[in-house]
Design a binder for this molecule. Structure first.
Ligand code: ATP
Length: 350
């Protein structure tokens, strides 16, 4: 079992009275783990990160970094004493310094005559040694981002905090920079907390994800868990497209639905709300045109096709591979290919 690098316990923060933007948040990050705080704009991700960094004071709760309490009641350890590296959205490089000077700047613990050699080694790790003598305005966004990462990891922090670090890059560069940054973090054995509102980024970059909504964490899990086993309607819908439907359960793991008998992921009772991902629904041509669905929309997406199916007044989304071709107005039968996930029991649907 990995040890925790950071433990956040019941942290709350309000900027205005009785309006917590971070509301009783708890999670921990293990050593070597890349952890993402994912949620919509304004849900409190950045504030949570700033609390961990020490740029904000918590109203209540505690933060422990490497077994040392850095935030609790009257304790507030200053950011520069928390042993943490930061990478921000705007890279925040010193504009008048070259790449190597930017990286060497934070190496106060290393004798002056050795700083440059070490800074060069770190630039090498992020693939930026060729650009060592360029100033930020002579570097592309992705290159600046890698220098910013080199600067953050050069003092060998155990933890790097990253706030939307890839959002200024175009799609292609974002993808490759993300992969490179992940590889550098893993190779250096550092933990990281990434703040992002981009589901795909969190799913591909992080080992575990905390999904935040309205100042609270709705679910923590691996990318597969939060995507395939969402615990709430918000998580199911925020992490990608999904189909929601209701059914009556009788205590078992099977329910009768409008598209036949469906297996559910746990025993449930009463009125339930379920989610099933579009790739977990299959469609086939209906033999008889009675009581079947109708294709009302189609999007070709290269590697797969998305169909919109109208069935008994409800609209469903289905992803199929390119071999299943249907036309608009085709009559189809829909069948779940996997278990549906129970999100709510005995509650009316809003
Ligand atoms: P985004 O993805 O848009 O950056 P976020 O999830 O990171 O959003 P935060 O930046 O943590 O959200 O902000 C959460 C809420 O707190 C927002 O409503 C924001 O307006 C408010 N807030 C943040 N900082 C302050 C501040 N210094 N003073 C007052 N309100 C603030």
């Amino acid at each position: 079992m990995n040890t925790s690098i950071v433990e956040i316990k019941n942290i709350s923060k309000s900027f205005t009275k009785n309006n917590p933007v971070v509301n009783d948040v708890s999670f921990d990050v293990k050593s070597d783990e890349i952890f993402a705080l994912l949620g919509p704009s304004g849900c409190g991700k950045t504030t949570t990160l700033r609390l961990i960094a020490g740029f904000e004071y918590a109203d209540s709760g505690s933060i422990t970094i490497q077994n040392k309490i850095v935030e609790q009641d009257k304790i507030h350890v200053l950011p520069q004493e928390r042993g943490v590296g930061f990478v921000f959205q705007d890279y925040a490089l010193f504009p008048h310094m070259t790449a190597i000077q930017n990286v060497a700047f934070g190496l106060k613990d290393i004798p002056k005559n050795k700083r440059e050699v070490y800074a060069e080694e770190v630039l090498c790790r992020t693939g930026m040694e060729k650009y060592r003598d360029r100033t930020p305005d002579e570097l592309s966004g992705g290159q600046q981002q890698r220098v910013a990462l080199a600067r953050a990891i050069a003092p060998k922090p155990k933890l790097v905090l990253m706030d939307e670090p890839f959002s200024g890059l175009d799609a292609m560069l974002r993808d490759s920079t993300r992969k490179e940054v992940r590889a550098v973090l893993k190779k250096s054995g550092m933990s990281a907390i990434l703040v992002t509102h981009d589901q795909e980024e969190a799913l591909s970059f992080a080992d575990r994800i905390a999904v935040m909504n309205n100042g609270k964490i709705e679910q923590i899990g691996t990318p597969e868990e939060v995507y395939y086993q969402p615990k709430t309607q918000f998580v199911a819908q925020f992490l990608g497209r999904t189909n929601l439907f209701r059914a009556y359960a009788n205590g078992g793991k099977e329910v009768d639905t409008q598209f036949g008998e469906v297996l559910i992921n746990k025993n449930a009772e009463g009125l339930i709300l379920c989610s099933i991902r579009p790739e977990h629904l299959g469609i086939s041509k209906a033999e008889i045109e009675d009581d079947c669905g109708t294709i009302i929309g189609r999007e070709f997406r290269g590697h797969d096709i998305t169909y919109y199916v109208l069935f008994r007044g409800d609209r469903y989304i289905v992803h199929t591979d390119n071999r299943d071709i249907f036309e608009l107005d085709d009559k189809v039968i829909m069948k779940p290919l996997e278990k549906a996930i129970v999100l709510e029991q005995n509650k009316a649907i809003q």
